[in-house]
Each structure stands twice: as C-alpha cells, then as structure tokens.
Design a protein around this ligand. Structure first.
Ligand code: FAD
Length: 410
C-alpha cells in the first residue's frame, strides 16, 4: 500500500505528537500551524506517567528537556495549615520507564517539533485553516488556497475550526461548566530564594506546593531545570470576570493572554496565608494572565469520513485533573498505532471509528474526575483513580485493540 498523505491542523501538543508517530510509520505528514512561533500558548503543565510513557515511545525525554520530576508535594489550606504531603516517583526503576513531571510548555512543544522535523514532517507555520470539507478531505487556508489529503487530523485546540464540520457546533461547544477562571504567571526561582518569607518553601526538595480553600486553589511548581516556577490560581469566576470578559480577538483566543491587574489577583486571595500573598507580591505586576476555564460534554462523534479530531479539539477537560495534554498525547499515540505503514486507505473511516471507541470511555472518566476536583472533590478514591490514569499504557492498549479489530475483520 502507498503511504498516506496526512495533513494535521495545529502544532500544539497533539499535532506534533501524532505527526511523529505517523511519519515514523512512513506516511507523508504536513502540519499547518497559524502561529509563527509554534509556541503560542505558554506556561506549563504536569505530565503524568501515562503520557510520559507515550512521550518516551516517541523518543522524547522530558527530564532531559528540563522538566522537573514531581516528587514531593505539599498542600496547605488558605490559612497556611498543612493538609497533606505526598511523595511520588519513589521507585527509581519505575520512574525510568515513566514518571510524573512538571514541564514548561514552550520547551515540550520545541522537543515535539524537533522530533517531528527529524522524522520528516513538513511544518508550515503562519498558515491559518479557515474551513474543512469532510466529503473530499480538503482544507481551505487563509490565503484562499485549497489543499487535500488522504486524512485530515484536527489538532487545533479548544476553539477548533475543524470540529464544526464533524458535529453540530450549535449544540456542542466548550462551556464554563465549573464557572471558574484561571490566572497564571511565572516566577524565577532566584526571586523566591532571595525572599525570607518564601525561601523555606523553595530551598529544599519540595517540588509542588499548593494552597486550597473550597473551589479556590493556588498551585506552584518548578519547570525548566527548576529555574522557573509556574503559578496557577483557580477561583470562582465572579471574582475576576470583569477582567476575564475583556474582548479577546479570535486569533489569540487560545493564547490566554488577557492581562489581569495585581489588585484583582490580590483581592481574590484576601485573607489567605501571608506566604501566598507574598508570592503574588513578588510577581511582575504586568505578568498576570487570565482566562475562563472551559470543558465540553462528550461529543457524539470525533471523526467523519477521513477527518478526525484529537486533543482539546475533541475533548477539552478542566485543568484540575492535570490531564488535558496527557489525553492529547494518548490520542495522538493511538491514532499513530492504528494507521500503520501498510494501512489500506479504504479502511481509514473504520479505523477512525475504532480510535473513537478506544478513546471515549477513558476521556469520559478523566473529564468527570476533573469536574469533581474543580468543586473541591476528587479526594475519595484517589489511589484507584491514579492507578487508572497513570498506569495506562496507551501504546500497548492500542496494539491490543488493533489486533482484536483485525481478528474480527479476518
Ligand atoms: C490552566 C490550565 C492548566 C493546565 N494544566 C495541565 C496539566 O497540568 N496537565 C495536562 O496534561 N494538561 C493541562 N492543561 C491542558 C493542556 O494545556 C491542553 O489540554 C493541551 O494544550 C491540548 O493540546 P492540543 O494540542 O489539543 O491543543 P493546543 O495545545 O491548544 O494546540 C492547538 C494548536 O492549534 C493551533 N491552531 C488553532 N486553530 C488553528 C487554525 N485554524 N489553523 C491553524 N492552526 C490552528 C494553535 O495555534 C495551537 O498551536 C492545562 C490547561 C489549562 C488551561
């Protein structure tokens, strides 16, 4: 069989991850990305062992790239009383195979893009896709040109331009299910270390600390070889909606770059532990960014004919489960496993349906868990959930399901 000509829309996380696997299978892969830097969405996230396992399969070593193992975690209430402490990655042999890390998004995107390029993927940046035709598997670019392929993968995030061609976007669209906003900023370790109030928190081997009160939470963790701290503040939307509601133009709608004032950030945390307030005071007052947190109910289908959705385009989840990027990476790996080197082009629609069957139940559980955590739940059954989340081997699971599919078709 001839290799497939595959177009991927979006070079965030899911796009390049899928591209690497598919190109290594021998397919010709082109990515179209509207941003010119390929790193439009900044900040950081946690990579749990399930997705670290997938990244290792793609040849990506997150720790070599600067990610920090999530070893020692400490959680306080808003008054600064210790609620819980946990140690993860305690088994060094297990950690070699897959570990839980905090990764700086621009760095992980760079690692993925470098690996995609060296796998032969063509990457076209500064090109926005304006529409897709799922009947003839073609895309219209912002230049007005049309391109066609054997398969189109929509990896274009929360506000996907591909999704409306697959499902009815008047009934299925991202929503503010938890009614919360997130504020983010970064702080150099040196600033925290030189501050007498904060230095005890960052001088030892603590790798994440957090304050939590009902649905409001402050999460702090290091990235970039420990030189930078990522801070995320989630809270009820009414406390900061005035600034979150400021007009965002569509080109930057996923860049989360609405500014929010220090005064708002401080007022949201009025009366909290003085260390939490000090953290805010030490930040660059121009560096606070806010956005509305959204997820989406399960959509009836993730593919149509020879066009499929992956990652946030298909199933945005609330960040409370630390799993959006992880689910995007698992989707990418699954698709790449199903679209083997010698795949028959006629089988693409059936294989895309298999991809949906495999991914939907897992993502549904992750979505529900993140929703529970957003309202202060997610504590009960944590060990069992973490086993479900982190213990999953997406490559092995996809291989088993593909073998089953082939047996049934034989
Ligand atoms: C506050 C917060 C915290 C988070 N924390 C975590 C965490 O700890 N762990 C975790 O796993 N996940 C986390 N996530 C989620 C994670 O960031 C996303 O799930 C992940 O980025 C999704 O990857 P993606 O590739 O599907 O989409 P994206 O990363 O959004 O990438 C989409 C790409 O498509 C491009 N694009 C969009 N439209 C077009 C178009 N029309 N034409 C061409 N290109 C286009 C965009 O420029 C972008 O590069 C968090 C999210 C938030 C908001």
């Amino acid at each position: 069989m001839a290799p497939l000509n595959i177009i991927i829309v979006g070079a965030g996380i899911a796009g390049p991850a899928a591209a690497i696997g598919l190109a290594r299978n021998g397919h010709h892969v082109t990515i179209y990305e509207r941003s010119t830097t390929g790193q439009e969405v900044g900040y950081a996230f946690r990579i749990t062992p399930n997705s670290d396992r997938c990244l290792k399969h793609l040849g990506i070593d997150t720790i070599a790239g600067g990610a920090v193992p999530a070893n020692n975690l400490r959680i306080y209430n808003s008054q600064g009383d210790l609620i819980t402490e946990a140690n993860e990655n305690t088994d060094p042999e297990m950690a070699k195979k897959a570990t839980s890390v905090f990764a700086y998004r621009p760095q992980l995107v760079k690692q993925l893009m470098d690996a995609a390029l060296s796998s032969g993927v063509e990457i076209k940046t500064g090109v926005k896709i304006t529409s897709v035709n799922v009947d003839n598997t073609s895309l219209t670019l912002d230049s007005g040109a049309t391109v066609s392929a054997d398969l189109i993968i929509g990896a274009d995030g929360l506000h996907s331009a591909i999704r409306p061609a697959i499902i009815d976007s008047t009934t299925h669209f991202p929503k503010r299910t938890a009614d919360q906003n997130a504020i983010r900023f970064m702080l150099p370790r040196a600033i925290l270390q030189n501050d007498p109030t904060m230095s005890p928190l960052v001088s030892g081997d603590l790798t994440m600390f957090s304050w939590i009160e009902g649905p409001a939470i402050i999460i702090v963790y290091p990235v970039e070889h420990g030189t930078l701290f990522n801070v995320t503040l989630c809270h009820p939307a009414h406390l900061s909606d005035q600034e979150a509601n400021k007009e965002q133009d569509s080109a930057t709608a996923t860049s989360y770059n609405n500014k929010v004032s220090f005064e708002t950030v401080r007022d949201v945390h009025n009366g909290w532990d003085p260390r939490a307030i000090r953290l805010l005071e030490l930040a660059d007052p121009d560096g606070f960014r806010i956005w509305k947190m959204m997820d989406m109910d399960e959509i009836p289908r993730c593919s149509r004919n020879r066009t499929a959705l992956v990652g946030d385009a298909c199933h945005p989840v609330l960040p409370h489960g630390f799993s959006g990027a992880s689910m995007a990476i698992e989707d990418a790996i699954t698709l790449a496993e199903f679209l083997e080197r010698d795949v028959d082009g006629e089988e693409i629609p059936a294989l895309l349906e298999l991809y949906e069957d495999v991914r939907k139940p897992r993502v549904a559980r992750v979505r529900e868990r993140a929703r529970e955590s957003a309202v202060g739940g997610g504590v009960e059954g944590r060990a069992e959930y973490m086993q479900f989340l982190a213990g999953h081997d997406a490559v092995r699971f996809a291989k088993e399901r593909l073998a089953e599919y082939k047996r049934e078709r034989a």
